[in-house]
Design a protein around this ligand. Structure first.
Ligand SMILES: [Zn+2]
Length: 425
């Protein structure tokens, strides 16, 4: 187990210096940043487990940066520091997900103890989540699933792969979210109604349609977002969070789902490629270069009949240029790219994977197809978990180290993740 990584964000040089020195002395890896912007950059490159964050920063309040950080990793431990703060600031920080707060001036021992406790609780939590996911499933299925010949073969293979340093890539689709109650995009609940007519998603989930009837397209996406926000991650999502905590860079998720459930469960943005975007986010429709932002909270909840009008239109704008904002999702008439959808990174990950686990997706879209074929060609083991046979399950079954296990995502994924989490040894 490597020592935990801590990022210190404070504009006071003396505090950065003393914390870095003290924390390194007791075995932590430490990086520091003096502004919010630098803090975010360091976050992306260093991927810390904990952040010590000052509220007074040039450019941006620590309270706002706290939200940005927790968006990237819902399980990030944040110790919030404030020198001038009233108790209200501290309470607000806790509400926004800080683990605890410290008043300045502080004694180092206080920080040391808080961090130790936070990491201890987090480790326990991870273990509990993994056990819960596995145990729950064993009860649910009365061991039928874990005893099926297909699963026995899969787990034997996974045990061998768990010793390799090469990563396991999880390619997830609608099937993993079905048990959270999210209807599939193409299913009967996914229909698009504009005026009195119903459309297929392929007709309206396009840039061309957005150009013509942006309010209608936004209305549909806001409804769809409300459905996603109301759903809760399930045991399959939690199992992947526990696995990431255990093996770090030796796992990666590429998801076709735009529901954001992997992130909300606690998977990190750095290791979760949202290859079709995330419905909870929007970006400039003119591509002015402004960063991707969240859809405003004021636009939830959103009943199916509600339509975008003047008031809503004013909220759906780019913060930088004031132009129209669009949902941060990949449309049918658009192409993948690296910057927004991690195209190259996904292909690269598939080509060096030891194991590709395909969960609840049938192979209808382009990038997942390329990933599966690339992994197969590079000699990776492939496991397809799906309710029904599909092109992906056929591909898996055609390979010497390929398997298809029929069932739901929560039937099989927790056990596979738990076996992988044991790691090398
Ligand atoms: Zn813009």
């Amino acid at each position: 187990m490597t020592s935990a990584k801590i990022l210190v964000i404070d504009d006071e040089k003396l505090i950065r210096w003393s914390l870095e020195k003290g924390l390194k002395q007791i075995g932590y890896q430490v990086e520091t940043a003096s502004t919010a912007e630098e803090g975010l950059q360091k976050y992306e490159s260093f991927l810390p487990e904990a952040v010590i964050l000052d509220n007074k920063l040039p450019g941006m309040q620590g309270l706002d940066l706290l939200i940005e950080l927790r968006t990237r990793d819902a399980r990030l431990i944040v110790l919030f520091m404030t020198a001038f703060g009233t108790i209200e600031t501290a309470v607000e920080a806790m509400k926004r997900g800080a683990y605890d707060y410290i008043n300045k001036p502080f004694v180092f021992e206080e920080i040391r103890q808080l961090l130790e406790k936070a990491f201890y609780v987090q480790r326990l939590d991870t273990e509990v989540q993994t056990l819960k996911a596995v145990v729950q499933k064993q009860f649910d299925t009365e061991n039928v699933v874990s005893l099926s010949p297909a699963m026995r073969d899969i787990l034997q293979m996974v045990d061998k792969i768990a010793r390799s340093e090469a990563p396991t890539v999880f390619l997830t689709g609608a099937g993993i979210s079905a048990e959270s109650g999210i209807p599939t995009f193409r299913g009967p609940e996914g229909y698009w109604q504009v005026g009195s007519r119903n459309y297929q998603p392929e007709e309206l989930a396009t840039h061309a349609a957005f150009e013509q009837i942006p309010d209608e397209i936004w209305s549909w996406y806001l409804y769809r977002r409300a459905v996603c926000v109301a759903a809760e991650p399930n045991a399959a999502h939690h199992a992947l969070v526990a696995l990431e905590r255990a093996v770090g860079d030796r796992m990666l998720i590429a998801t076709q789902n735009v529901d954001g459930l992997h992130l909300r469960a606690g998977s990190s943005l750095a290791r979760t490629y949202q290859i079709h975007g995330n419905i909870d986010f929007m970006r400039c429709a003119d591509e002015c270069g402004a960063p991707i932002g969240r859809v405003p909270e004021a636009l939830a909840p959103w009943p199916k009949e509600r339509r975008v009008g003047d008031a809503e239109r004013k909220l759906l704008v780019c913060e930088r240029c004031g132009g129209r904002a669009r949902p941060h999702v990949l449309w049918f008439d658009e192409t993948y790219d690296e910057e927004r959808y991690r195209f190259e990174s996904s292909l690269e990950a598939a080509s060096r994977a030891a194991l590709l686990v395909i969960v609840g997706t049938s192979g209808a879209t382009n990038l997942p197809n390329m990933m599966a074929r690339l992994a197969a060609r590079s000699g990776a083991a492939i496991v397809a978990l799906n309710a029904d046979p599909s092109p992906f399950t056929a591909l898996a079954e055609s390979l010497p180290r390929g398997h298809f296990a029929r069932g739901s995502a929560t039937d099989h994924l927790p056990a596979i993740a738990a076996h992988l989490a044991r790691g090398p040894g």
